[in-house]
Design a protein around this ligand. Structure first.
Ligand code: HEC
Length: 167
């Protein structure tokens, strides 16, 4: 539907919605809907689409999707922080016995604990600024890679190439 109007007109509509989509300011965007949308979105068109010829009809579509509710975020954050940290303790505990350089061991054991806060913390910050959606991914990637390294090295030393205790 957005293809029916120009970028400038789109910006005007976004500004109107962000300012609260009030009836008072509807005159700023009224014309855009009348000129570009009512052709199809009106009872006269006979297309049985939701009409967009007045404030009430347009306002029915101006709700902004703010993502998950705080209640859901609290529940899911809680489960993930505790559940996954527990897994990190177990994998980290096993991995701490690895024979690889101690600095690498510390880095790989600590990373998932930090990354999970970046990941889950960003769920919350995304509510304030959408750009934090990217740090959710970044945290998840670091968490996954560090965990993968812990598991592969631990299993490898146990079953494949053995411990190299020279270091
Ligand atoms: C050429 C005819 C045409 C024009 C012009 C048009 N629409 Fe539509 N619109 C449709 C059709 C057909 C559908 C239903 C099918 C679909 O969703 O693609 C639709 C669906 C919609 C929906 C979803 C309705 C629902 O019940 O979920 C919205 C919102 C919408 N249009 C808004 C607009 C806006 C805003 C404009 C003007 C910028 C516009 N449309 C211009 C034909 C049109």
């Amino acid at each position: 539907m957005g293809d029916n109007i120009t970028q400038v007109q789109k910006e005007s509509i976004f500004q109107w919605i962000e300012a609260g989509a009030t009836e008072k300011d509807f005159s700023k965007v009224d014309g855009i809907f009348r000129d570009n949308c009512a052709l199809c979105h009106s009872p006269e068109s006979g297309m049985s689409l939701p009409p967009l010829t007045g404030y009430d009809e347009v306002a029915a579509f101006t709700g902004v999707d703010m993502g998950q509710s705080v209640k859901t975020l609290v529940r899911v954050s809680h489960v993930h922080l505790f559940g996954m940290s527990f897994i990190f303790f177990l994998t980290g505990g096993i991995f701490s016995l690895s024979a690889i350089d101690a600095r690498w061991r510390i880095l790989l054991i600590v990373t998932p604990f930090i990354a999970i806060w970046v990941d889950i913390g960003s769920w919350w910050f995304t509510k304030l600024r959408p750009v934090f959606a990217y740090t959710v991914i970044l945290g998840g990637v670091f968490m996954g890679l560090a965990l993968l390294a812990q598991i592969i090295i631990s299993l490898g030393e146990m079953w494949l190439w053995g411990r190299n205790d020279s270091k």
